[in-house]
Ligand binder design. Structure first.
Ligand code: WT7
Length: 650
C-alpha cells in the first residue's frame, strides 16, 4: 500500500463532497424547491410524508391515466399508483424517440474485440417495435412469459423492452450460468418462447450457447419457439419448426407497434435469485412502482443529468443491469454504456481506456472489481485521463475501507464521492445509500434513501445501535418486489415471517451513533462470490446429483479479491475412492450444473460431516473451521471426530 493510502485510511476522515459539486446536484435543486435546508431534514420530512415525496417524482413520468392513490400498504403486500394506466416502455422509449432525444444515443455498445455500436433512441424504438411484432407473430401477448439467455449484446435489452411493450413478462437468465439453470427457470416460468444467441467471445475464445440450449430444450415442454441471434458466427444446427433466426424474423416486421396500456401493478419481469434452499426464487417486479423507484434513485443517487455518459459495469442478467443499465437510464433519457467483455481484457487498462474514450461521467462497479484493479497496480489507471468522472458507485458486497480509499483516490482522483449502494434483487432499487450531498465514511452505505425506514434489530425485533443485527425494512417502497412467481407462501415465509410487518433482508449490519449503516454480509446460507448471490443449498444439490456423492456441505471461504469463494466438503458413498480426478470431476460438474461463478475452489473428501443429534449438518461449525475462527457452542454436536477431520484439512 502506498504511504498516501495508508495515511487516508488511518485518518478516519469523513469525506465531504465539494460545495460546487453539491450545489449542482439534482437532489440539492429539489431540496431548494421544497425549502429543505439539509440532508437530515430531507430524510425526516420524506419519512414523515412518503406520499408527498413519491408523488413529486411520479409526476415526472407520463401516465396514460393518472393514478388515484399513491400507495396502499397492507404488509406484506403493497400496491402503488392505484387505478392508473401506465407502461414503463412509453416512458423509457416512446416519449424519447418522438421527442428531443430522438437522435441521442440510448445505448453505446462496445464488443469485446472493440467494435462499437451507437443506438439512438429512435433506432432503439424501431428495433423494439419490430421485435415486439415478432414476438406477437409467435403468439406472445400480455401476461405471457419469455425466457431470455443472451450475452451482453444490444439484442438483450431490445428483447426485454419488446416484451414489456406488449405486456409480456421477461425472465432473463445470466448467460454465465450454464444451460441447466436456464432449463429450470424456463420450466418455473412456463415460457413459450426462449431467446438465445449462437455464442459469444470470452477472453478471445468463443463460447457456444445454442449448442447447450439445444440439450436442455428436450426438457422444457412449454417451449414452442427458440429465437437465435447470430452474434459470433458460431456454427449451429437450427431445429426445423422450433428455431428461428433473429435477423430473419425481424426482416418483414412493421416498425410501429402500439404500447400496451397496463395497470401499474401488472408484472414487468421475473428475475431468479438464490435463497436458502436449492430452488431459486422468482422475484416479481411490476411496471409502475419499479419505474418510479429506479428512475428516482438514478436521478438522486447518481445525480444523472441529460448530458451524462453513464456506465454501470454489471451484467444485464442481474438486477443491477436490469435496473441501472436498461430501465433507469432510458427512463431518464440518457446514454448508457454496455460493454460485452471482461474488464481486464485484453489488458488491465481496458475499462480506464473506455472511460477516457467515451468521457464517462458516472461509473458504477463492484468492490471485487476494484480489488482486482488494486492488485494490477496504480500504473494502469494512471495512464489514462479520467477527468470526465464526477461520481463513482459501488454495489454487490461490502466495500472494505482500503478498497474504498483506493477507488476514491486513484480512480476518482479525490474529487468523486463514492455512492456505496445497498440493495437487492428483491428491492429493485437502492435502499440504503449515500446521496451526492452526504458526508461519507469509507465502508459505510450511509443512510436509507428518502422515505425508507431501515433498522437493525435483535432476534426479538428490538432496535440496536452499535451492535450487529438483522437488517430490516419497516416501510414500503415503490419498486418493492410484489411476490415470488407462483410461490406466494414462500414470499411471506422467507421475508415477512420473522418480525411483524417488517421485511427481513437476510443481511447482518450495524448502525453507528450517527445513524450510518455498515453492512456486514449475509446471515443465511447464501454466499456472496464476487458480488453474486449463490446459495449453499444449490451447490450442495449439484454435488449430490453426481454419482458417488452421498452428502455435501458448502461454506464460504474468505478470499481477498472475490470476498468469498465456494468451499465444499463431500462424503462419498461406499466403494467410491477419493482422488484428484474425482475432485476435478466434481468441480467440473458444479460448473456445468450452475456456472463458472459457482465452481468450488476446493472439494474436500471427508468421512463424515459435523451434525446435530437430530442429523442436521452444522454448517456453522464447518464455516468457523474454514475461517479459522472459534467454533462456538457445540453442545448439540453428535460427532466431534468429524470436526477434527475438517480441522486437519483446512
Ligand atoms: C445482496 C443482494 C443489489 C445488486 C447486486 C446484488 C449484498 C449488495 C451491497 C452493498 C454490502 C451489499 C447484500 C445483499 N450487497 N449491495 N453496497 N454493501 N453488501 O443483488 O444478487 O440480490 O444480492 O448483495 O448481501 O443482500 P443480489
Amino acid at each position: 500500500m502506498s504511504k498516501d493510502l495508508d495515511y487516508l485510511l488511518k485518518e478516519k476522515r469523513i469525506f465531504e463532497p465539494s460545495k460546487t459539486l453539491v450545489d449542482d446536484t439534482n437532489i440539492k435543486k429539489w431540496m431548494d424547491e421544497h425549502d429543505i435546508s439539509d440532508y437530515d431534514e430531507l430524510l425526516e420530512k420524506a419519512e414523515e410524508n412518503p406520499k408527498w415525496f413519491w408523488d413529486d417524482l411520479a409526476r415526472e413520468l407520463e401516465w396514460y391515466k393518472p393514478y388515484e392513490k399513491t400507495f396502499e400498504w397492507n404488509p406484506p403486500h403493497a400496491e402503488w399508483f392505484l387505478n392508473g394506466k401506465f407502461n414503463i416502455i412509453h416512458n423509457a422509449l416512446d416519449r424519447h424517440a418522438k421527442g428531443t432525444n430522438k437522435n441521442k444515443t440510448a445505448f453505446l455498445w462496445e464488443s469485446e474485440s472493440g467494435n462499437v455500436r451507437r443506438i439512438s433512441y429512435h433506432e432503439l424504438y424501431i428495433e423494439v417495435n419490430k421485435f415486439a411484432n415478432a414476438l406477437k407473430s409467435l403468439g406472445i401477448g400480455k401476461g405471457d412469459t419469455v425466457s431470455i439467455y443472451l450475452p451482453m449484446i444490444p439484442e438483450l435489452p431490445i428483447a426485454m423492452l419488446a416484451c414489456a411493450k406488449i405486456g409480456a413478462i421477461h425472465s432473463v437468465v445470466f448467460s454465465g450460468f450454464w444451460a441447466k439453470a436456464f432449463q429450470d427457470r424456463i420450466n418455473d416460468a412456463g415460457s413459450k418462447v426462449a431467446i438465445t444467441a449462437d455464442g459469444f467471445p470470452r477472453r478471445g475464445k468463443l463460447l457456444n450457447l445454442k449448442e447447450n440450449v439445444d440439450k436442455i430444450l428436450e426438457n422444457t415442454p412449454t417451449i414452442t419457439n427458440l429465437i437465435v441471434v447470430n452474434h459470433a458466427d458460431v456454427p449451429v444446427k437450427m431445429e426445423g419448426n422450433r428455431d428461428v433466426w433473429w435477423h430473419e424474423i425481424m426482416e418483414n416486421m412493421d416498425t410501429e407497434c402500439s404500447t400496451e396500456e397496463m395497470d401499474p401493478e401488472d408484472p414487468l419481469f421475473i428475475l431468479y435469485t438464490s435463497g436458502t434452499t436449492g430452488k431459486p426464487k422468482g422475484v416479481v417486479h411490476v411496471h409502475g412502482g419499479y419505474a418510479v423507484g429506479v428512475y428516482s434513485t438514478l436521478k438522486f443517487v447518481f445525480d444523472i443529468k441529460k448530458d451524462d455518459v453513464w456506465w454501470c459495469a454489471a451484467d444485464i442478467g442481474w438486477i443491477t443491469g436490469h435496473s441501472y443499465i436498461v430501465y433507469a437510464p432510458l427512463l431518464m433519457g440518457v446514454t448508457s454504456l454496455i460493454y460485452e467483455g471482461t474488464p481486464d481484457y485484453p489488458d488491465p487498462g481496458r475499462i480506464w481506456d473506455m472511460i477516457e474514450k467515451y468521457g464517462v461521467s458516472v461509473f458504477y462497479t463492484a468492490p471485487t472489481t476494484v480489488r482486482m484493479f488494486m492488485k494490477f497496480g496504480e500504473e494502469w489507471p494512471e495512464k489514462y485521463d479520467l477527468s470526465s468522472l464526477r461520481l463513482l458507485g459501488s454495489v454487490g458486497e461490502p466495500i472494505n475501507p482500503e478498497a474504498w480509499v483506493w477507488y476514491y483516490k486513484i480512480i476518482g482522483r479525490e474529487k468523486c464521492p463514492i455512492m456505496d449502494t445497498w440493495w437487492q434483487t428483491e428491492t429493485g432499487m437502492h435502499l440504503i445509500t449515500p446521496l451526492p450531498i452526504s458526508k461519507l465514511k469509507p465502508g459505510s452505505a450511509v443512510k436509507p434513501f428518502p422515505t425508507v425506514k431501515a433498522d437493525i434489530v435483535d432476534d426479538n425485533g428490538n432496535s440496536l445501535v452499535g451492535n450487529g443485527g438483522h437488517l430490516v425494512i419497516k416501510s414500503t417502497w415503490p419498486s418493492m418486489f410484489r411476490t415470488l412467481y407462483k410461490d406466494p407462501d414462500r414470499y411471506i415465509e422467507a421475508y415477512w415471517s420473522s418480525f411483524e410487518n417488517t421485511y427481513l433482508s437476510g443481511d447482518v449490519a450495524r448502525k453507528d451513533e450517527d445513524g450510518y449503516f455498515w453492512i456486514q454480509g449475509r446471515e443465511d446460507d447464501v454466499l456472496n462470490v464476487a458480488g453474486h448471490r449463490i446459495s449453499t443449498a444449490e451447490v450442495e444439490s449439484a454435488l449430490v446429483s453426481f454419482p458417488g456423492v452421498a452428502e455435501a456441505a458448502v461454506v464460504g471461504k474468505p478470499d481477498e479479491i472475490k470476498g468469498e469463494e465456494v468451499c465444499a466438503f463431500v462424503v462419498l458413498k461406499q466403494n467410491y475412492i477419493a482422488d484428484e480426478n474425482l475432485e476435478a470431476a466434481l468441480r467440473h460438474h458444479v460448473r456445468c450444473e450452475i456456472g463458472p461463478i459457482a465452481t468450488p475452489v476446493c472439494v474436500n473428501m471427508v468421512s463424515d460431516l459435523p451434525k446435530t443429534r437430530s442429523g442436521k449438518i452444522m454448517r456453522r461449525v464447518i464455516k468457523a473451521k474454514v475461517k479459522g475462527e472459534p467454533v462456538g457452542d457445540i453442545s448439540t454436536l453428535a460427532n466431534p471426530e468429524a470436526v477434527d477431520e475438517i480441522h486437519k484439512l483446512v
